[in-house]
Design a protein around this ligand. Structure first.
Ligand SMILES: *Cc1c(COP(=O)(O)O)cnc(C)c1O
Length: 452
C-alpha cells in the first residue's frame, strides 16, 4: 500500500518511508492512497488478543515490512503494558463503557502509538543502517510517550519541545527524569502552539531536515493514526451486537489525532455509529463541528492540559475527505486559515460527529459526579468526555490518562489522591531539561550540537 499527501505535491511513498518522513515535504499529511475495506474481516478478528489484532490490522497497511518482523515489532510494543487486556473495556452501567487507554509506560493513550512508532524507528535504523533524530512538540503526554518509546535505543536521539511551566509536574518528570543520554527535553518559553509552529518551520527546511535525518513524532505521523485505530476496533469487537449498531465513541480531543483514528476506521468498514468530540475550554473543534467556522482563539491553560490546543493539526486529514479528496482545495483552505486564523465552511455537515465542550469550572464537579454515580475515578481529560453523553446511544468513553497523573485536581474534587508506583519512583530522580526560546534559531543550534 502507498501513501499520498493531503496537499498532493509529494510523490506517493511506501509505509516505512511515509513513517520516516512524518510531515510530507509539501506541508501535507500522509494518508493511504486508497482506503481498504475491512468489513469482511471483522468476524474473523473477533476472538483475537490485542497484539494479534494489532498485527492483523497493521499488516494491511505496513505492506513493506515482512510479516514475521512486523509481528515481532507489534508484540514488543505492547509488552510493557500492565493490564493483560492492554486496552480494557469496563462497563460502568447500562449502555455506558469506559475504554481504558492508560496502562502503558507513561499512563496515557499516546503509548499505544508511540511504543509502536519507537519499534518502527528501530526497525528503520537497522534496515537503512542510518541513525535517526526524532523531533516532536508536546503539550505533555506526547513527549513523555515518545521518549519512552525510544529511551536508550541505539542509533536514535529524541528532542522534545514543550511549553515550559504548562505541562503537569509529573508529565515533566516523565520527560526529564529518564537518565537516558539519547533524550533531550527542551523547555520552550511559549505555548504549545508556539512550539509546534517552530517545529513546522524546522521541518520545512529540507536541507536541515535531510542533513540531520530528522523525523517527526508529533501526532501527524501516519503510524500513530493507524496504531490508534486498533483500540477502537478492539473495543467495537467486544461490544454486544445491539451495542455495536448504536455505539458512540466519546473522545477527549485536542489535536484531533485520537478521534480521527476512530473515524478512519469507520471509513474502512467498521460500522461505528458516531463520535463525540469532547473538548475542554479550548474549544476550536467544538465550535467548528457545531457552527462550521474554524477560527483560532488564544490558548487558555486548563485542568486538562493535554487538550490545550487551538490548531488541531490532524484536522487536515479529515479536511481532505470532506473537500472530496481534492488537494488543491486542501491547500486553499489551509493557506487561508494560516493567513487569517479563520475559515468558514459553506454548507458544513458534521456527519458522524457530535461535540461537547467542558469548561475548567465544570471539571471537578464532573469528576465528583462520576465517582459518586459509578465509583469510578476519571482524570480531568476523561472527565471532559463525561460532560454530556448522547441519549439513546451506547457510549464508549475513551479514558485517555490515568487519574494518578493529575493528583491535585483529583484530590480537590473527591478528597483522595490517586498514586501510581511508576510515578512515585520518578520523584527520587534528578530533572534534566534545557530551557530555550521559541525561536527556531536557538532550537536548530541545539539540535545541531546534539544530533546523532
Ligand atoms: C493527547 C491527549 C488528548 C488529546 O488527544 P488528541 O489526539 O490530541 O486529540 C486527550 N487526553 C490526553 C490525556 C492526552 O494525552
Amino acid at each position: 500500500m502507498r501513501y499520498i499527501s493531503t496537499r498532493g505535491q509529494t510523490p506517493a511513498l511506501g509505509f516505512s518511508d511515509a513513517v520516516a518522513t512524518g510531515l510530507a515535504p509539501d506541508g501535507g499529511l500522509f494518508l493511504p492512497e486508497q482506503l481498504p475495506d475491512l468489513s469482511g474481516r471483522l468476524a474473523g478478528w473477533a476472538g483475537l488478543g490485542y497484539a494479534d489484532l494489532c498485527f492483523e490490522f497493521m499488516r494491511v497497511f505496513a505492506t513493506d515490512i515482512p510479516a514475521p518482523r512486523l509481528r515481532e515489532l507489534v508484540n514488543r510494543s505492547y509488552m510493557r503494558f500492565t493490564d493483560p487486556a492492554i486496552a480494557p473495556l469496563r462497563r460502568l452501567g447500562p449502555g455506558l463503557h469506559v475504554l481504558e487507554l492508560f496502562h502503558g509506560p507513561t499512563l496515557a493513550f499516546k503509548d499505544f502509538a508511540l511504543q509502536l512508532l519507537g519499534q518502527l524507528y528501530g526497525h528503520q535504523c537497522e534496515v537503512r543502517g542510518e541513525a535517526i533524530n526524532v523531533l516532536g512538540a508536546t503539550s505533555g503526554d506526547t513527549g513523555a510517550a515518545a521518549i519512552h518509546g525510544l529511551i536508550g535505543r541505539p542509533g536514535t536521539a529524541i528532542f522534545i519541545l514543550y511549553p515550559d511551566g504548562r505541562v503537569s509536574p509529573l508529565q515533566e518528570r516523565q520527560m526529564t527524569c529518564t537518565g537516558a543520554d539519547n533524550v533531550f527535553a527542551l523547555a520552550i518559553d511559549g505555548s504549545f502552539d508556539d512550539a509546534q509552529a517552530a517545529l513546522k518551520e524546522i521541518f520545512a527546511d529540507q536541507a536541515f531536515r535531510t542533513g540531520h535525518r530528522l523525523s517527526a513524532v508529533n501526532s501527524i505521523n501516519l503510524a500513530r493514526v493507524l496504531a490508534q485505530c486498533v483500540y477502537y476496533l478492539s473495543a467495537w469487537l467486544r461490544l454486544a451486537p445491539a451495542e455495536q449498531e448504536d455505539v458512540e465513541f466519546v473522545v477527549p480531543t485536542g489535536n484531533f489525532g485520537n478521534v480521527l483514528a476512530g473515524w478512519l476506521l469507520q471509513q474502512i468498514g467498521v460500522p461505528i455509529r458516531s463520535f463525540k468530540i469532547a473538548t475542554n475550554q479550548n474549544d476550536i473543534l467544538y465550535r467548528l463541528f457545531t457552527t462550521g467556522e474554524y477560527r483560532v482563539a488564544e490558548v487558555a491553560p486548563s485542568l486538562a492540559p493535554s487538550m490545550d490546543i487551538q490548531v488541531a493539526s490532524n484536522f487536515e486529514r479529515f479536511l481532505y475527505y470532506t473537500v472530496g479528496r481534492d488537494p488543491a482545495r486542501v491547500r486553499e483552505v489551509m493557506e487561508r486559515f494560516k493567513a487569517t486564523g479563520d475559515y468558514r465552511f459553506a454548507d458544513w455537515n458534521a456527519g458522524a460527529f457530535t461535540a461537547s465542550r467542558c469548561s475548567d469550572a465544570e471539571i471537578p464537579g464532573i469528576i465528583q459526579r462520576i465517582h459518586r454515580q459509578y465509583g469510578y475515578v476519571a482524570d480531568p481529560h476523561t472527565a471532559c468526555a463525561f460532560k454530556e453523553l448522547t441519549p439513546g446511544r451506547t457510549s464508549v468513553v475513551l479514558a485517555t490518562a490515568s487519574p494518578a497523573k493529575f493528583p491535585e485536581t483529583i484530590r480537590a474534587a473527591i478528597g483522595v489522591e490517586p498514586t501510581h508506583p511508576s510515578l512515585e519512583a520518578l520523584k527520587a530522580r534528578p530533572v534534566v531539561k534545557h530551557r530555550l526560546t521559541a525561536k527556531t534559531g536557538a532550537i536548530r543550534a541545539f539540535i545541531e550540537a546534539h544530533a546523532v
